[in-house]
Write a protein that binds this ligand. Structure first.
Ligand SMILES: [Zn+2]
Length: 249
């Protein structure tokens, strides 16, 4: 039994208006409906959160896969260019060896120098691209491992959360049923107002008055109301918040 349930069991022993007693019991059922529904909602939100987290990691992985694939393609293209350049250099060198005049040799040599510079630059660029790709591949392997373990953890957590949703929804439904059937017991003079108030006011429609303070809104109520609220035959309404109020002594 909940704390509130225990408190109500005590109230039921007390001499108090029977409709106020029913209201307290109804309020307790409704409070359990709210608690279980909120717990089920939290489980649902948690599931969404976990799914989103996993999806984000998967998107990150897929993005990096594409980046790495593009880089691999660039490397292939540049390797092809480098190969072409090497062949060009080789041809020029062969030609240079056949040349007769110094002038011709100088001209080819200057062309060769330019090509070799280009070749060197391309080679260093390739080396750094290959380095970057190796790091990306390493990162991808690590990410894949992390994602796989996250998938397993998420799957298990979602299973538990779904069980939690089921349990809480069942509890909420059971309390709602108890509420609905007990509501019929409440005097028709209070029933629609109490039901509306309880559902509109966050599950509080009846409260104890202590020292002329309403237990629902915490405002002071007129003294005459506070003394009326103690009588078994009276059902009193707080002048501030409109809740039903009672006083035990
Ligand atoms: Zn009040």
């Amino acid at each position: 039994m909940t704390n509130e349930g225990q408190a109500i069991a005590v109230y039921l022993e007390l001499k108090m208006n029977k409709d106020i007693k029913t209201m307290l019991e109804l309020q307790s059922f409704w409070s359990d409906v709210l608690k279980s529904s909120a717990a089920a909602e939290r489980c649902k939100e948690d599931i969404l959160l976990r799914r989103n987290e996993l999806r984000e990691r998967e998107a990150e992985y897929s993005e990096l896969t594409q980046t790495a694939a593009k880089r691999r393609k660039t490397i292939k293209e540049k390797e092809f260019l480098l190969n072409e350049l090497d062949q060009k250099i080789k041809k020029l060198e062969d030609r240079k060896n056949l040349l007769k005049t110094q002038r011709e040799t100088d001209a080819v040599q200057s062309e060769l120098d330019a090509l070799k510079k280009e070749d060197g630059d391309l080679e260093s660029e390739l080396i750094s691209l290959i380095d970057i790709l190796a790091q990306e591949d390493e990162r991808l392997r690590a990410m894949l491992q992390e994602i796989e373990s996250q998938r397993a953890v998420t799957g298990k957590a979602i299973e538990e959360l779904e069980a939690g949703i089921k349990l809480n929804e069942e509890t909420a439904a059971r309390n709602r049923e108890s509420y609905d059937s007990l509501l019929g017991v409440l005097d028709g003079a209070y029933r629609p107002r109490f039901d509306k108030l309880l559902k509109a006011k966050n599950g509080k429609a009846v409260g104890e008055v202590t020292n002329e303070i309403c237990g629902v809104c915490n405002f002071k109520i007129p003294s005459y109301l506070a003394s009326d609220a103690v009588h078994e035959s009276n059902v009193v309404i707080c002048t501030n918040c409109g809740s039903y109020i009672y006083r035990l002594e």
